[in-house]
Design a protein around this ligand. Sequence first.
Ligand code: NDP
Length: 292
Amino acid sequence: MSAQIIDGKAIGKAVRAEVATEVARLTERGIVPGLTVVLVGEDPASQVYVRMKGRACDEAGMKSGTVRLPTTVTEAELLDTIDRLNADPTVHGMLVQLPLPDHIDEANVLLRIDPRKDVDGFHPINVGKLVTGDPNGFKPATPYGVQEMLIRSGIETSGAHVVIVGRSNIVGKPMANLLIQKGPGANATVTVCHSRTKDIGSVTRSADILIVAMGKPEFITADMVKPGAAVIDVGINRVDDATKEKGYRLVGDVAYGPVSEVVAAITPVPGGVGPMTIAMLLKNTLQAAMTL
Ligand code: NDP
């Protein structure tokens, strides 16, 4: 069987074009949606993500800003920066790039962000809105992007058994909460697996839709999926590869080649969920600018 390849790049581009149209409309009314990212330290992966977010903002006609702080910044200084951005009317959305250095309490930082500007959707108020199905909150961009991909690819979630592997606060848990809501792209029966799940293959094999967010390169093999299922691979992992100029290549949490022989639809890595995450972050920033 040859699987449908769910093209996150193309779907993400379509979402971004829709956002750009709305941004142009708002700009005509004198409101230029603005996103500011706070980056602490020099983590190379974080720097790449922050650059990508800035570029995507610019392309959509939004105002982007980055506040760079040294790894040695104190928690109090970081909280002061957030207060300043909370008070700045040109900043509609903000996020603090994670992970943070160990001496800073991530929960304190997320709590300090004005929930109306919290376009990552990690503030407990927005988490609560997601759980209760309040549409006025911000949905975390990665699971929101997965849901959008499923909808735009015509993959029916209503009544489907969705198995999510991973229970992080940024992917697995919000993904489950999105899919159990009433409404389009939801109404699913959801099972969440994690490192303590027994006989994980027997659970993943029961999935009509399998969403994997583990951070374990090519963990999900062909014998762990149901023939004809849809597989969404959130994982992004670097594996050594001497044939590549950089010395590594990116792979997902799913063994793409063998699994794509068995399933009906699958996302590639790269070019799957990654581009959707950025597109939905822009959508959230637009939502913030429209409602602030
Ligand atoms: P975390 O490390 O926070 O969570 C990983 C989850 O996987 C945990 O719940 C863990 O279980 C579970 N897990 C790990 N090993 C196993 C195992 N052997 N069997 C079953 N479950 C296991 O990761 P994130 O959620 O932050 O990210 C997951 C992946 O997604 C990463 O590769 C990350 O790079 C990628 N990612 C991609 C994004 C994108 O835009 N495409 C955005 C965000 C993340 P337990 O809780 O028991 O430890």
